[in-house]
Design a binder for this molecule. Structure first.
Ligand SMILES: Nc1ncnc2c1ncn2[C@@H]1O[C@H](COP(=O)(O)OP(=O)(O)OP(=O)(O)O)[C@@H](O)[C@H]1O
Length: 742
């Protein structure tokens, strides 16, 4: 088509929207696209126009606009304009589109004070200027020009700024600068430039959408510059090198968790939860994972029930946990408590991969192990819980708890709150005492005085005080007691008092003449809950005190909820039914264990060496192994291959005389013999006895003196409940004999 001149006929054909103009009516809109128009001077006669659209023509001169004082919208895109606003400013001109022209330079537009929207895409402009005084400009687009610096936009009320176009070449901008005064900015397109960093966008509080496609962002950490833009919902980083980073999307979603769209893909709630659980899991999630890990690894090991240390079917080993931020004094207090209450508590030394501080001895504060050994222990199912603190692993092993239990003592452990969360998932029901610094200054100076910690470590420890305080505030009952730890003596006095309360213990008479005051069995609810008001004295030599252990446990265990009580009731019911031959569940198996293992029923226990027959090589024929496993001897001295919950059912350990590398190997229970043994146990049960009901001495007594089996778990030489009414290691042989009926 040839170049054309706009004629009156053509104009009249394209006029529209009749409206009042002064005293008369006139057409106000003219749209003449794609006519190859070069000369539009005739428009000087159409002074009433308010909207003029002439896109896709060949116009070079727009001086006619000077005669349109009422013009509001001008679209001269896709023409051949090289002059920037080559006309007198119409007073109300609001929107101008000069995109796809040949403009190379911007000029002063201060006379265009109504200008609201200016589009200059696809020109050859090298510098943004002339708009500084356009105090109404809220939409400015200058994509695909030759801009190399962001400038000339200071303090404009811009809401929408476009400096690039994802579809094509944007500009030549290398860094984000001079945008900080654009406090109203909501949308920024800066795609297809050469920008390496997102720095410079920090102070744009209303920014909701950023298109950064086709730039040169390569580090995920760059998105942290956007972290404080609270309204940011859409971010496009497509075609940036950062996309190659492993886990890019999840990490960005985690860092900018308010996004609803990333790289033009919706960010779902599931994405957000997954990202948080991956990169900053809540304590509950960390604990659940930790617990699951140890349960899985424990279950991968052959399971053994060491009934010699099981307090009862329902009661896990007693545990006292001192928790609080690092260096709050809990370790010191734990040691002192175990010293002063050595009849009740043994210090549970955790394992750690950190090196010993000066003066720390292996096995006394911690078991210091290498990372590889620690990981190996995890895989061997040796831990009840683990956590990483300050780049080191810490873990409480089953063995730490059981070795205390073997001595008839509760295990006292100190740990961080993550460990508490993890233990709360486990079968154990410890008492938790929080030791919390109330004076930050004192806490800091104490840490500094120890000379062990860097400033960063101190900062971390201090910042965690809030975590403890928050948990204590938001989850009443999470800790059984809270003690300010600023003054060690006072803290210890308080701790001592609390522990004595837990144990129902009173100092009576001279030092060393302690009388334990614990709830009478008759004052306990059916499910072991302590009725604190009624107390009886316990004489260590009194055979009625066989349930001493249970009573200590009841004291250390928080009151059960009604749901827990109902569950326990159900379990007991199952047990009764099983023993009556109604159900072959796991409880009859547990009970059968006693039938087989109790020496009074099966004769003397096997010697330690005999346990090798309990560890058949897997290469042997199955029939042999079955035969072995059904032999009286093997059953008498083995545990059971039963999957368990943490705590009551324990994996073997070197201390237990089992192969550390492979763990104890035991045959599965032979169900066929279960029935017979259940029969033999019916009578006691029908007479109202349950495994955790108090028993008379002859029922529990072992024909083998305890001294022949020094409390080795799994030896099954002891009765089910450890006959240690005084609960201490210092029992005299005579008192033991009287307890065991020997
Ligand atoms: N098994 C565990 N689980 C969780 N936290 C643990 C465990 N064992 C130790 N911790 C805790 O890890 C933190 C770091 O232990 P570490 O012994 O290195 O610190 P510390 O400087 O000696 O302080 P503290 O005097 O509190 O022990 C301490 O708060 C400690 O109580």
């Amino acid at each position: 088509m040839e170049d054309a001149e706009l004629t009156r006929e053509v104009v009249e054909k394209h006029l529209s929207t009749l409206g009042r103009s002064g005293q008369s009516f006139a057409y106000q809109f003219l749209t003449v696209p794609r006519q190859n128009l070069k000369n539009v001077s005739i428009l000087s006669e159409y002074t009433h126009l308010r909207k003029l659209e002439l896109p896709y023509n060949k116009i070079k001169d727009l001086s006619c606009v000077s005669h349109m004082p009422n013009l509001i919208i001008l679209d001269a895109s896709h023409n051949e304009l090289s002059t920037f606003f080559g006309f007198q400013p119409p007073k109300y001109l609001k929107e101008v589109n000069f995109s796809h022209n040949q403009i190379s330079e911007m000029k002063d537009l201060s006379a265009y004070f109504s200008l609201n929207k200016l589009i200059l895409d696809y020109n050859s402009i090298t510098e943004i200027k002339g708009v500084e005084k356009c105090s109404s400009l809220i939409h400015f687009s200058i994509a695909h020009n030759k801009i190399s610096r962001i400038s000339g936009l200071n303090n404009l009320p811009l809401k929408h700024l476009c400096l690039g176009t994802a579809a094509d070449r944007g500009n030549l901008i290398k860094k984000i600068e001079n945008l900080h005064t654009l406090r109203a900015l909501q949308f920024l397109d800066i795609s297809s430039n050469r920008i390496h960093s997102l720095s410079g966008l920090q102070n744009l509080p209303l920014l909701g959408s950023i298109n950064f496609e086709s730039n040169m962002i390569s580090e995920i950490k760059e998105v942290s510059y956007l972290h404080d833009i609270l309204l940011l919902r859409e971010l496009n980083l497509k075609r940036n090198p950062v996309q190659e980073q492993p886990d890019y999307r999840m990490m960005v979603i985690f860092l900018l968790n308010r996004l609803t769209e990333l790289d033009e893909l919706a960010v779902t709630a599931v994405d957000k939860v997954t990202a948080v659980n991956k990169y900053d899991p809540p304590l509950e999630v960390v604990a659940a994972r930790d617990h699951m890990t140890h349960m899985v690894y424990q279950h991968l090991q052959p399971q053994v029930i060491f009934d010699s240390t099981l307090p009862s079917l329902d009661a896990p080993y007693p545990l006292l946990i001192l928790t609080g931020p690092q260096a709050c004094g809990k370790r010191e207090l734990a040691h002192k408590l175990c010293q002063d209450f050595c009849d009740y508590f043994a210090y549970g030394a955790c394992h750690t991969t950190r090196g010993p501080y000066f003066g720390e001895e292996d096995g006394s504060d911690y078991h210091f192990v290498l990372e590889e050994e620690f990981q190996n222990m995890i895989r061997m199912g040796r831990f009840v819980q683990t956590m990483q603190y300050g780049g080191h692993w810490y873990g409480l092993s089953r063995e730490a708890i059981e070795s205390a239990a073997r001595e008839g003592l509760a295990c006292c452990v100190h740990m961080e709150i993550e460990g508490v969360y993890s233990l709360k998932n486990s079968y154990f029901e410890p008492r938790y005492i929080l030791l919390i610094p109330t004076s930050t200054e004192e806490y800091i100076s104490r840490m500094k005085a120890r000379g062990l910690y860097s400033n960063a470590q101190i900062d971390t420890a201090v910042s965690r005080i809030d975590l403890y305080v928050r948990v204590n505030r938001e989850q009443p009952g999470f800790f059984d007691s809270v003690i300010p730890s600023d003054n060690r003596e006072e803290a210890y006095m308080r701790l001592k008092q609390i522990v004595e309360d837990f144990l129902g213990l009173h100092e009576q008479g001279a030092e060393g003449d302690r009388t334990r005051v614990i709830p009478d069995s008759s004052s306990q609810g059916e499910n072991g809950e302590a009725l604190a008001s009624q107390k009886v004295e316990v004489n260590p030599a009194d055979t009625d005190s066989m349930n001493y252990w249970n009573k200590v446990q009841a004291r250390l265990t928080p009151q059960k909820t009604s749901a827990e009580l109902a569950s326990i009731h159900r379990k007991k019911q199952m047990l009764r039914e099983a023993l009556m031959g109604k159900s072959p569940g796991v409880y009859p198996q547990l009970f059968k264990r006693h039938a087989h293992t109790a020496p009074s029923l099966l004769g003397p226990p096997s010697q330690p060496g005999a346990s090798s027959s309990l560890m058949p090589s897997f290469g042997r024929p199955l029939s042999d192994r079955i035969e072995d496993s059904s032999s009286e001897e093997s059953r008498a001295s083995s545990g059971l291959s039963v999957h368990s919950s943490a705590g009551a059912l324990s994996a073997g350990s070197p201390a237990e005389g089992l192969d550390a590398g492979s763990g104890p190997k035991v045959e599965p229970l032979d169900i066929s013999v279960l029935g017979q043994n259940l029969e033999s146990l019916k009578d006691p049960l029908e007479s109202g006895l349950t495994p955790d009901a108090p028993r008379s001495v002859p029922e529990q007594a072992s024909p083998t003196p305890l001294t022949t089996s020094p409390g080795r778990p799994g030896s099954n030489a002891k009765p089910i409940l450890p006959p240690i009414p005084s609960g201490r290691k210092g029992d005299t042989p005579s008192s033991r004999q009287s307890l065991t009926g020997q």
